[in-house]
Design a protein around this ligand. Structure first.
Ligand SMILES: [Zn+2]
Length: 236
C-alpha cells in the first residue's frame, strides 16, 4: 500500500523585494523570529555570532505542524572539515546516535520552537536580504523547487541517504529540502562569506551559501517533547 502521508508536500515560493513584518513566519534572511528567551547562537569553532539564514513554519498536515525551524550558519570563518554537517561513519541507513548529535552543531545551529511564541529579534543586524517563503500545498516533489517541506527526498547522487534512526527512533521524518546551488542574497552592508579559494579569502559574490550549496535534507524525530534534527547533504 502506498504511504500517502509521504506524498504530501509544500513548496515554498521565494518572494523578493518585500519588507519584513511580524506576520511572516516563513522567510529567508532579515531578522529571525525566535522565542524571547533564546539568544542568537555563536559558532563553537570561532566564537563569532552565527548568521541567520532562514526559518520555516510547518503547516497543518505536516508531521511537525505548529513548529518552526530556524537555521543559523557561520559565514565569517571558513571551517574546512565542517563546511558540511559532520558525516556519520555509515551514511547509508545511518543510525544517528544521541552521542553523535551531542557535538553535532558546531558552526551551525538549528532552533525548533512553537511557531506562535516567535518574536522578531529587533537587535539582530540582518545580513541576508529578507525574502518571504510562501507555502503552497502540493502532491508531489520536484527537484527544481528551491524549498520543499515534506514530500519525498530527491537523491541527486542517485543513492538514498535516509537515516535509519535518529536518537534511537525509527522512521525519521523528512522535514524540509533545499535545492542544490541555492543562494542567499546578502545586503550591500553585509560582510562577504569566507572562502579560502577566493582572492583575499572572501567570496566575490553578493550571496551566502549554506553547506557549500549542496542539496540539503533536514530529518527529524520527536521524543518526550524534544525534537532532534539530523541534516544530510548531496553534492550536485
Ligand atoms: Zn565559525
Amino acid at each position: 500500500m502506498e504511504d500517502t502521508t509521504s506524498m504530501k508536500s509544500w513548496r515554498l515560493e521565494v518572494i523578493g523585494n518585500c519588507v519584513q513584518a511580524e506576520e511572516y513566519d516563513s522567510f529567508i534572511g532579515g531578522k529571525p523570529k525566535l522565542p524571547p528567551d533564546i539568544d542568537i547562537p555563536k559558532c563553537e569553532l570561532c566564537g563569532n555570532e552565527l548568521t541567520f539564514m532562514f526559518q520555516v513554519a510547518f503547516p497543518q498536515g505536516h508531521v511537525w505542524a505548529g513548529k518552526s525551524l530556524a537555521v543559523f550558519y557561520c559565514v565569517e570563518s571558513w571551517h574546512d572539515r565542517y563546511c558540511i554537517p559532520e558525516l556519520p561513519q555509515r551514511i547509508v541507513d545511518a543510525d544517528i546516535s544521541e552521542e553523535f548529535l551531542r557535538n553535532y552543531e558546531r558552526n551551525f545551529h538549528v532552533i525548533v520552537f512553537d511557531t506562535p511564541i516567535g518574536k522578531m529579534v529587533d537587535t539582530y543586524q540582518e545580513k541576508i536580504a529578507f525574502q518571504i517563503l510562501k507555502t503552497i500545498p502540493e502532491k508531489q516533489t520536484k527537484q527544481e523547487w528551491d524549498f520543499v517541506m515534506g514530500g519525498r527526498p530527491i537523491w541527486i547522487m542517485g543513492i538514498s541517504e535516509k537515516p535509519n534512526t535518529i536518537a534511537g527512533i525509527e522512521k525519521p521524518a523528512l522535514l524540509l529540502q533545499i535545492k542544490e546551488d541555492f543562494h542567499f542574497p546578502i545586503l550591500p552592508t553585509a560582510p562577504k562569506q569566507a572562502n579560502p579559494f577566493a582572492p583575499g579569502g572572501l567570496s566575490l559574490f553578493p550571496w551566502y551559501d549554506l553547506f557549500v550549496s549542496n542539496r540539503i535534507y533536514f530529518w527529524g524525530v520527536q521524543s518526550n517533547g524534544t525534537e532532534r534534527i539530523y541534516i544530510s547533504v548531496q553534492r550536485p
